[in-house]
Ligand binder design. Structure first.
Ligand code: ASP
Length: 614
């Protein structure tokens, strides 16, 4: 017999209806001094128990907080006797009278710390197995243990708060969009592959053996169909599925606040996004963000911050030096420029705190983590001379140009990257934020929202082929349509992002409502006519059935919730998240299925490929 069951017998929890006629009158966290002298009924979980001679104190916890309940033998001998058997996480209901605590027992850290409930009647509602870790701010257990015991983890205050914040965020978004005339419409989960570029999750069809549904990577196509169908303004809190390798800020399934609107240009969409974000921050954390949100073009963001989602609170900025090194005799930089790459610099002024050891550490970090070939640097010493492994290779004119553009002065340290555009920016962009934080070059604003606009339509993939930058339905800007034939990679799209504190909250664009433009984009992406018809035929037909100009956006709701809840991981704002290996450790998914189920689906499991671990 477990301890719980034994205690249960002693505590008298045999009833199936243990509450009887007694009902909770107040939440634990709501018991305050204004209730002194009143009778209350509280219910919740035993958070802790202390026996002090004749008295027994129990911290009782419900979702609103903790309150201390006290058992005194002279008040209720029976309740007091049974309270001795209470264990952590037992579920109880207690009727008692609120009293002021004596001054020496007041707990200023607890909102209910000035009072306690003196118990007259105790009902045990259920026993509990001992919790695997502390149900506290800090569980004191590693994440794997927490995820395996997610039920107990979810009882902890940070997760209770996070899911509450998430709830407020849902309601805020729903209210805002509904007031702005958006209709909430659901789309199917058993869907067809959509073109966000990630791997699909497939669901085998029993009724059409050998055929598969794809779980939606987003409701993109369906929301565009809503516009053609005349709904004009749609939104949905939509679950999306992408079978990707998991990083800290990704999950296999995630939630978007997805929206689409007709008869609009970029400005009208941005106005909706700003309103939604502004109200979300006000409603969840009580912050009124300054508006209008600042705007940066993609080009400016990359040039100044080396990132299309810059944290503009970090005060360091990059400087462009490519022109200075065209035709240089310094091979390390010259070769990068000849290959079409860039030379950029991150100047850090007043950088005496950056020791040589620290610079070496940064170099090995960017080599190991970011694939940099090296990290060239210059320190300007007190007498103005340049201490640097590369200074001797630079001409006087190059030194003068660097000094002028970076405004180098005694105490400055300059870091250089000469590489492909994306890599050079990734290296210096990362150094910028790391060093900026480390050296305290950060402005005090808690929140820095931003629109990034005018992304390119296409980018070159690793294989040198053009691929889409966001997704294939983004409309190019009107002025760049003539570049379709000559230089598609120079075309700008109507694509915009909302960025907050260096995190992308979401993306959107105006869409191609003209089927000829959409077909042209599919051609550039390398789709044959037959593939186009097979994959997107219904979409192209829809564009030809009277598609209004339209555009939209999708916010990553989990990421917003993470920022708003002050959580460090998406897993801390999702009730039942997956691990890095895509597993749910509580319920044990994914898991094998019965042979019969496979037969019904006419599926067979192939042996693991050699060298694979599947
Ligand atoms: N469907 C897009 C995505 O999930 C967002 C959008 O453009 O509306 O990235």
């Amino acid at each position: 017999m477990t301890e719980g069951v034994r205690s249960s017998a002693r505590l008298g929890a045999a009833r199936l209806d243990p509450m009887g006629a007694l009902r909770r009158s107040h939440a634990c966290g709501a018991i305050g001094t204004e209730l002194i002298g009143r009778e209350v009924v509280v219910a919740g979980w035993v958070h802790g128990r202390r026996d002090h001679g004749g008295l027994i104190f129990v911290d009782l916890r419900d979702r609103d907080g903790l309150v201390q309940i006290v058992f005194r033998p002279e008040v209720a001998a029976d309740a007091h006797e049974r309270a001795g058997d209470l264990r952590n996480e037992f579920v109880v209901l207690a009727r008692g009278v609120v009293e002021r605590r004596s001054p020496e027992t007041v707990n200023p850290r607890l909102p209910t710390g000035e009072v306690e409930v003196v118990v007259h009647e105790l009902r045990l509602l259920n026993t509990a197995t001992p919790p695997p870790f502390a149900i506290d701010e800090d569980a004191g257990a590693d994440e794997t243990v927490r995820l395996r015991h997610r039920l107990h983890d979810l009882r902890r205050p940070p997760l209770q708060r996070a899911l509450r914040t998430r709830h407020v965020l849902y309601q805020s978004a729903r209210n805002t969009l509904s007031e702005l005339g958006f209709l909430e419409i659901e789309t199917p989960i058993l869907a067809k592959a959509t073109p966000e570029g990630a791997r699909d999750f497939l669901v085998p069809s029993r009724l059409q053996p050998g055929e598969f549904y794809a779980l939606p990577q987003s409701p993109q196509i369906m929301k565009q169909l809503f516009m053609v169908a005349g709904f004009e303004r749609y939104f949905q809190i939509a679950r999306c599925f992408r079978d990707e390798d998991l990083r800290a800020d990704r999950q296999l399934e995630f939630t978007q606040i997805d929206l689409e609107m007709s008869f609009v240009g970029v400005e009208e969409v941005l106005a909706v996004l700003e309103e939604l974000v502004w109200r979300a921050w006000r409603d969840t954390v009580g912050v009124e963000l300054p508006r209008p949100f600042p705007r940066l073009s993609y080009e400016e963001a990359m040039a100044r911050y080396g990132s299309d989602k810059p944290d503009v609170r970090v005060l360091l900025e990059l400087v462009e030096l490519t022109g200075v090194f065209r035709g240089t005799s310094f091979r390390a930089f010259g070769a990068a420029v000849e290959k079409g790459g860039v030379v950029k610099c991150l100047p850090v002024h007043d950088a005496d705190a950056l020791t040589r050891g620290e610079i070496d550490r940064l170099e090995s970090f960017v080599k190991k983590e970011l694939g940099a070939k090296g990290l060239a640097w210059v320190r300007v010493t007190a007498d103005g001379s340049w201490q640097s492994p590369i200074a001797k290779f630079l001409s006087d004119a190059e030194r003068a140009a660097i000094a002028e553009r970076t405004q180098a002065r005694p105490g400055s340290v300059l870091f250089f990257a000469a590489d492909e555009f994306a890599k050079a920016n990734a290296i210096l962009g990362r150094l910028r934020t790391d060093l900026g934080r480390q050296l305290g070059r950060v402005d005090e604003r808690a929140w820095a929202p931003l629109f990034v606009l005018n992304f390119p339509v296409f980018e070159r993939g690793d294989d040198g082929k053009l691929t889409f930058m966001h997704m294939p339905f983004v409309a190019p800007v009107e002025e760049d349509l003539h570049l379709f034939d000559s230089a598609p990679e120079r075309m700008h799209g109507t694509h915009y992002d909302v960025v907050m504190n260096g995190l992308e909250l979401g993306s959107g664009s105006l869409r191609n409502h003209r089927s000829d433009v959409q077909r042209r984009i599919f051609e550039i992406l390398g789709y044959s006519k037959a593939e186009m018809e097979e994959r997107f035929g219904f979409m192209l037909n829809a564009l030809e059935a009277g598609a209004p100009p339209h555009g939209g956006f999708a916010f990553g709701l989990d990421r917003m919730a993470m920022l708003l809840a002050g959580a460090e991981s998406l897993r801390d704002v999702i009730a039942f998240p997956k691990t890095q290996r895509g597993q749910d450790l509580l319920m044990g998914s994914p898991s094998a299925v019965e042979d019969q189920q496979l037969q019904d689906l006419r599926l067979r499991i192939a042996p693991a490929p050699k060298g694979g671990d599947a």
